[in-house]
Ligand binder design. Structure first.
Ligand SMILES: *Cc1c(COP(=O)(O)O)cnc(C)c1O
Length: 409
């Protein structure tokens, strides 16, 4: 039942992604078994009392902890360099739990303006109802972060690179500002994974992830995780998660843990391919601009390389032909899947102006930094030449659909 998570921090991330959280179990399987059980029986009433009082270590009920889930939590905590982890039923459950743990009515939150859409909805539509005020700022601008801090600011929430513009924030600088004001820095690390970026080592207090994306990597699970730096924060978060109840089920934990064993290999390939795709698109006549943190043309390229090993698997670009070109390109891709979500082995593409953000209208989209021709691409681990060939043929369709100046047709 126990697992041995005492891995040396000297091991490289590649090695840790294979071995972290894989412990010793009855009958000595090399993979943690799936404990598909809601509850755990006590030998005696005295033992039950000791477990509830915390005098004895062990499992009680799966909302409070489950061995398959604990193995995953240990694995990700080891990779992030945190003290422990809390797996949640989705990335949004992880973000909600973390914010609910550290914010109280009357508190103020400073949040990156370039964040995952549902995170900004959580902040404006849910947290406001509980008396929590938020200021959205461009967290890549360190002075803007300092200017947004108030006496009651308790949390700074940063996503870097931010969705979908891939704007990069300097985590060391932002953590210094947060700490100067007595606030915690929570970092969304979904786009990078702990293989490429370890925010706790850059001053963050808590890391959150959507497990749904790169960590699982196989597009077959929805999940999330919270990794705090200190034991004190872990104990507090565990209590809050136990009350809110948004935990990850054991089978999903098993799948994500299985995915993590190839995380280092996948991230290396995602980054290498995405860089090639980004360079190719940057030279393409149908493309106005490309944002990829691994490109020298990215405004925060230097900051990104200071805090990350490489650019990751996400590329954002702007089509010269606007909404029409985007729609035509989406309908023409054959290999790239036309779907939201990201971070899986398969390449996925999406055009916010004609899909996810179509109902917003152009003005509101522009305010959120979503231009008409903006396309978000999650570069998978296919042969990069096949991905590029698919994009090229879809860009021909985009140029045929729009006769703009500079069109190749
Ligand atoms: C997907 C995602 C989330 C939300 O995760 P779910 O698992 O879909 O709830 C939060 N932040 C970022 C950056 C994401 O990509």
């Amino acid at each position: 039942m126990t697992h041995d998570d005492a891995h040396s921090p000297d091991l490289s991330p590649e090695t840790l992604s294979v071995h972290a959280g894989i412990g010793r179990y009855e009958n000595r399987p090399v993979v943690p078994p799936i404990y598909e059980t809601s509850t755990f029986s006590f030998d005696t009433v005295e033992q039950g009392a000791a477990l509830f009082a915390g005098r004895e270590k062990g499992y009680i009920y799966s909302r409070m902890g489950n061995p398959t889930v604990r193995a995953l939590e240990n694995a990700i905590a080891t990779l992030e360099g945190g003290c422990d982890g809390l797996a949640c039923g989705s990335g949004m459950a992880a973000i909600h739990t973390a914010l609910a743990a550290f914010l109280t009515a009357g508190d103020h939150l400073v949040c990156s303006e370039a964040v995952y859409g549902p995170t900004s909805n959580l902040v404006d539509q849910v947290l406001t109802r509980f008396g929590i005020e938020t200021t959205l700022v461009d967290t890549s601008d360190t002075r803007a972060v300092a200017g947004a801090m108030q006496r009651n600011t308790k949390v700074v929430f940063v996503e870097t690179p931010g969705n979908p513009t891939l704007v990069v924030s300097d985590l060391q600088a932002v953590s210094a500002i947060a700490h100067e004001h007595g606030a915690r820095l929570i970092v969304g690390n979904t786009f990078m994974s702990p293989i490429l970026q370890q925010p706790l080592s850059l001053g963050a207090d808590v890391v959150v992830h959507s497990l749904t994306k790169f960590l699982n990597g196989h597009a077959d699970v929805v999940g999330g995780v919270i990794i705090p730096k200190t034991d004190e924060d872990y104990a507090h978060l565990r209590g809050i998660l136990n009350h809110l109840g948004g935990v990850l089920p054991p089978f999903e934990a098993f799948l994500v843990h299985r995915g993590i064993r190839t995380l280092a290999l996948r991230m290396e390939k995602h980054s290498r391919s995405a860089l090639e795709v980004a360079k190719h698109l940057e030279a393409h006549p149908e493309v106005e601009w490309v944002r990829y943190p691994g490109l020298e043309s990215h405004p925060q390229h230097e900051v990104h390389l200071k805090q990350c090993r490489s650019g990751g698997g996400m590329v954002t670009f702007e089509l010269k032909g606007g909404v029409e070109a985007g729609r035509a390109m989406m309908n023409a891709v054959k290999l790239c899947g036309l779907a939201v979500s990201l971070g899986g082995v398969e390449s996925l593409i999406q055009h916010p102006a004609s899909m996810t953000h179509a109902i917003m209208g152009q003005e509101a989209r522009a305010q959120a930094g979503i231009s008409d021709g903006l396309v978000r691409l999650s570069v998978g681990i296919e042969a990069v030449d096949d991905v590029i060939a698919d994009l090229d043929q879809a860009l021909v369709a985009a140029s045929q659909a729009t006769a703009h100046p500079g069109s190749t047709v």
